[in-house]
Write a protein that binds this ligand. Structure first.
Ligand SMILES: NC(=O)c1ccc[n+]([C@@H]2O[C@H](COP(=O)([O-])OP(=O)(O)OC[C@H]3O[C@@H](n4cnc5c(N)ncnc54)[C@H](O)[C@@H]3O)[C@@H](O)[C@H]2O)c1
Length: 439
């Protein structure tokens, strides 16, 4: 449907604060990357906001501006970072230990990273069992800890003079837990914070602090966090955009490329066996069955949603899907994933696909963090609130309205993202009908 009136977007004036709970591999690779790009030491490969274009109008018009020239995004020069972690390492030390960024390049951005010391974390061992560190807040109850986080944020704002902020969860994966009564209403949640309810996770305390202050929140892990009525209500009430969950990188990213292709050709799938070896701290945390369960949920849901076995029972009614992550320290962040896909074609003839992806998890995640920072800030300046389905593109388990199923097909997600940008600027949405070229 053609849209003629552009939406009113507040300008991206002043600095944008980036709040990062968790200063591990993903966060430090992201920050080091931004600092490198700002100094002309690298290209922000993998980032739509920095490199992608958006086609406008008909294919004959030749209008394809860069996204960053089309919508008013914050500039990299305007980003100011802050983070929390239970380990005391500054961002330079954490990046060196994560061993993702080339050491020579890291030295060239050492100075800004060294200045970035983590604030004390809100942490509970019951939610992340495999790690423990000294840089943790003490408080009488969870409400007091939420207020301490809000105080950290206000101090950061006062010190740096940032005009706006966004928070992206880059902390560890918490153990799987389901929403309980304490998560059902904001009132119950706040009472739970005050009474130290054990069912409120640390990530929910960060999200609560951010939303209370009107700060957009993205969930990079498979944690439950904002998938609860209490925090969804808070986001709407405060007019804050949120999105999640679990960055779509590595093996699941591959899955969302290949599965829609097989389905597009109506090729059947008998089984999909995925296994990984991973040796970083994330791998260590995921070695705990409780944290892995959270990850498994988001990884497994992808195929079912893409293949729609209810519509295609002959092709996808009986897919055996298995996902394993094995902690294997020698590999560090250089994950290796194997997929064996048993497919069948014409007259049930069996075939196989093997994928061996030697990827760098944090290298794939860093540009997603950058895009989410810039797009969430844009969404807020556009007056958008609650779940941002157009940012599903970035997530393994996209948050969605209760009445619709999540969209997992990466190409539909990309179309939705770009159409949202067109809608913001009053451009025609692109339907790909294209009959007019053949009149
Ligand atoms: N790397 C990827 O491609 C990728 C993809 C999808 C999701 N993720 C998720 O992103 C998150 C970060 O990944 P990573 O590779 O950087 O892991 P990491 O272990 O290197 O970093 C996570 C950091 O969070 C800290 N932390 C844990 N709980 C915290 C808390 N309550 N408050 C503050 N800090 C806390 C840990 O001490 C650690 O330093 C993980 O949950 C991971 O599952 C990563």
């Amino acid at each position: 449907m053609p849209v003629t009136e552009p939406v009113r977007i507040m300008p991206a004036e002043g600095k944008l604060g980036v709040l990062l709970p968790g200063m591990g591999a993903v966060s430090t690779t992201f920050i080091a990357g931004v600092e490198a790009v700002k100094r002309g030491l690298g290209i922000p490969i993998g980032s739509l906001t920095q490199l992608a274009t958006v086609r406008l109008g008909k294919r004959t018009e030749g209008r394809t501006p860069l996204i960053k020239d089309f919508v008013p995004l914050a500039r990299l020069e305007d980003l100011e970072f802050a983070g929390w972690d239970l380990y005391e390492d500054n961002a330079y030390e954490a990046a060196r230990k994560a061993a993702v960024i080339d050491p020579a390049l890291l030295e060239r951005v050492r100075e800004p990273l060294e200045r970035l010391n983590p604030m004390e974390a809100v942490f509970e061992q019951d939610f992340v069992r495999r790690i423990n560190g000294p840089n943790v807040k003490e408080g009488r109850n969870k409400m007091e800890k939420a207020e301490m986080l809000m105080e950290d944020i206000r101090r950061f704002q006062a010190r740096t003079g940032v005009a706006r902020m966004v928070m992206i969860w880059c902390g560890s994966t918490e153990v799987f837990h389901r929403p309980a009564d304490v998560h059902q209403t904001l009132e119950a949640f706040e009472a739970g914070l005050a009474h130290n309810d054990p069912r409120i996770a640390p990530s929910q305390i960060y999200a609560y602090a951010a939303l209370k202050l009107g700060i957009p929140y993205a969930n990079g892990a498979p944690n439950l966090t904002t998938d609860t009525p209490a925090l969804l209500d808070l986001a709407r009430e405060r007019n804050v955009p949120i999105c999640g969950k679990d960055f779509k990188t590595g093996q699941t990213f591959m899955k969302t490329l290949i599965a829609p292709g097989l389905k597009a050709r109506m090729l059947g799938i008998a089984g999909w066996y995925s296994t990984n070896i991973l040796g970083n701290r994330d791998g260590e945390v995921l070695d705990d069955p409780g944290s892995f369960r959270s990850k498994e949920e988001t990884k497994l849901s992808v195929l079912d949603q893409i293949l729609q076995p209810n519509l295609y029972p002959q092709l996808y009614g009986n897919v055996f899907h298995s996902v394993k992550i094995n902690y294997y320290p020698p590999r560090g962040d250089a994950k290796e994933g194997w997929d064996n896909i048993d497919i069948f074609g014409w007259l049930n003839s069996p075939m196989q696909i093997k994928i061996n992806f030697l990827c760098r998890d944090s290298i794939l995640a860093a540009p997603l963090v950058l895009d989410l920072v810039l797009f969430l800030d844009l969404a807020q300046r556009t007056g958008m609130r609650g779940i941002q389905e157009w940012l599903s593109f970035y997530f393994k388990a996209p948050m969605h309205a209760p009445k619709v199923y999540p969209e997992h097909d990466i190409f539909i997600q990309l179309m939705k993202l770009k159409n949202t940008l067109r809608w913001m600027r009053g451009e025609d949405l692109i339907t790909h009908l294209g009959l007019e070229y053949y009149d």
